[in-house]
Design a protein around this ligand. Structure first.
Ligand code: NAP
Ligand code: MG
Length: 474
């Protein structure tokens, strides 16, 4: 009998309801931005999806002024229970239009439909529901109930709709208004979110969405907003912190990571393998909290790496719209080049590269799942965020050594621990310098659970009561 294989199971791209052009959303209306329009592409084919109008400085000024007026006259004075009604409405429509948003996200970002459908969009809607529930209960948050004013938010391309929801939901629930700058390569779902907000009757100016490149982000950050919320690279985060120093503007930064995923010899290895795969190959590894440094206790390293390779071989790389695809396209040529360069540095420094033999599509931006073993803590593949489907495997002998190696990083966003002993998991977690530590699981998110980092991973929390505090004046 011939070998069994998967039949194609593509989701229809028509569900995305793609339009030829999209425009900035300012003061309750879609407007022609003054900036040079950009073309957003589907990284799986490198074909243009749509033309997107961008903002110029004048648009940023108008958006911030509209957000200020809406804050002073409408949204700030509005009772929390009223604000909640709008947020519930938006959350419901995001859930109702989930299929459209999932396909649009997969097209614009390159992530597999399985993930946009099962993770990004449901979590975005949950985040909106969760915060809608808080809007009239802020006095019980422990962080006060006074809003800050106008929020300027800048988000990256790895979770475009989800990151928009992570900023918009708490900002609006706490009574602030917002000016949001999506990433240049993934502006579409944030603009559909603006459309949903307009359909929900959200008062003009409460939410403004300004597509454009980094200069638009810099203009938003540099304008007279009361708080800046940024997710992206450590380098840009640093620039923003410098530019806000000495002002009274509040700032939260959610930056990169180089998370350790620690596997003790007593762990359930097959279960750990699933968590390792999810930790680094989810979303092509474009995840700030990705478990990109695997630390394995020496006694089981050979067995674990063997089982891991066996599992990684089965990952299907390809068409993001195919429901059987596990790993989709790399979002941009620039990011693909960066992954190729850092992997080459791994070879040059003597790590041993293993590449999954999976077939890759003939066109589009793809990188095969890759595992480096024999990695030393000084190597670039152990220190720098690759932000791609590349795992570095290091070893340790004792729990103390595991903790020391895990903490030997400038970052501190997340970590994982795998062991059958609860006490060992807790002992380790207490010593890890990371905002989130997962035990016997990885990449779990919940709107009620705070997320954020230490060190070069930034500061401030998103989600939970700590996340509300970032949008309240006390
Ligand atoms: P980035 O440059 O920091 O981009 C994040 C956001 O900031 C984007 O909307 C970007 O606009 C905008 N931006 C760029 N320069 C700015 C400036 N001077 N002032 C204000 N906003 C500015 O990150 P990236 O280029 O997308 O990715 C680079 C690396 O950052 C990745 O390889 C990864 O290591 C890390 N990263 C981390 C996360 C995370 O979730 N923590 C997310 C993405 C990337 P444009 O879209 O136009 O550039
Ligand atoms: Mg795109």
């Amino acid at each position: 009998m011939s070998e069994w294989t998967y039949a194609p199971a593509p989701e229809s791209s028509a569900l995305a309801n793609l339009r030829p052009s999209y425009r900035p959303f300012v003061d309750g209306e879609f407007v022609d931005g003054g900036g040079e329009p950009l073309k957003t592409v589907n990284p799986a084919t490198e074909e243009v999806l749509a033309e997107v109008g961008t903002a110029d400085r004048g648009d940023v000024e108008r958006a911030v002024a509209a957000a200020r007026r809406a804050y002073d006259e409408v949204w700030g004075p509005m009772p929390g229970a009223q604000r909640a009604k709008y947020l519930f409405r938006i959350a419901r429509v995001v859930a109702e239009r989930a299929r459209e948003l999932s396909v649009l996200e997969a097209l614009d970002n390159g992530k597999p439909i399985r993930e946009s459908r099962d993770v990004d969009v449901p979590l975005a809607s949950q985040h909106l529901f969760h915060h809608a529930g808080w809007a009239d209960k802020l006095e019980y948050s422990g962080a006060g109930s006074r809003s800050l004013g106008v929020v300027g938010a800048v988000i990256p391309w790895n979770f475009p709709l989800l990151m928009a929801a992570w900023k918009v939901a708490p900002a609006l629930a706490c009574g602030n208004t917002i000016v949001l700058k999506p990433a240049e390569t993934t502006p579409l779902t944030a603009l559909v979110l603006a459309e949903i907000a307009a359909d929900a009757g959200l008062p003009p100016g409460v939410l403004n969405v300004l597509p454009g490149a980094g200069d638009v982000g810099a203009a938003v950050v540099g304008s007279p907003v009361d708080k800046v919320a940024f997710t992206g690279s450590t380098e840009v985060g640093r620039q923003i912190q410098r530019s806000l120093a000495g002002t009274r503007r509040r700032l939260t930064l959610e930056l990169g990571g180089k998370a350790a995923n620690i596997v003790y010899a007593d762990a359930a290895l097959d279960q750990a393998v699933e968590g390792i795969v999810d930790g680094i190959f989810f979303n092509q590894g474009h995840v700030c909290c990705a478990g990109s440094r695997l630390l394995v206790q020496e006694a089981v390293v050979e067995e674990l790496v063997e089982r891991l390779q066996e599992r990684v071989r089965t990952l299907r790389v390809g068409d993001p719209l195919d429901k059987n695809t596990d790993v989709g396209a790399i979002n941009s040529r620039a990011q693909l080049d960066r992954i190729v360069d850092l992997a080459a540095a791994g070879d040059a420094e003597g790590a041993v590269r293993w590449t999954s033999p999976c077939p890759l599509p003939e066109r589009g931006l793809f990188f095969p799942p890759t595992v480096f073993s024999g990695v030393e803590p000084t190597m670039r593949v152990a220190r720098e965020e690759i932000f791609g489907p590349v795992l570095s495997v290091l070893t340790f002998r004792t729990p103390d050594e595991a903790v020391a190696k895990a903490n030997d990083t400038a970052y501190g966003l997340s970590a994982g621990v795998w062991t059958e002993k609860g006490a060992k998991a807790l002992w380790t977690a207490q010593r890890l310098r990371a905002g989130v530590v997962w035990a016997n699981t990885f990449n779990r998110f919940d709107p009620a659970s705070p997320f954020g980092g230490f060190g070069e991973s930034g500061f401030g929390r998103e989600g939970g009561r700590a996340g509300l505090a970032a949008y309240l004046a006390g």
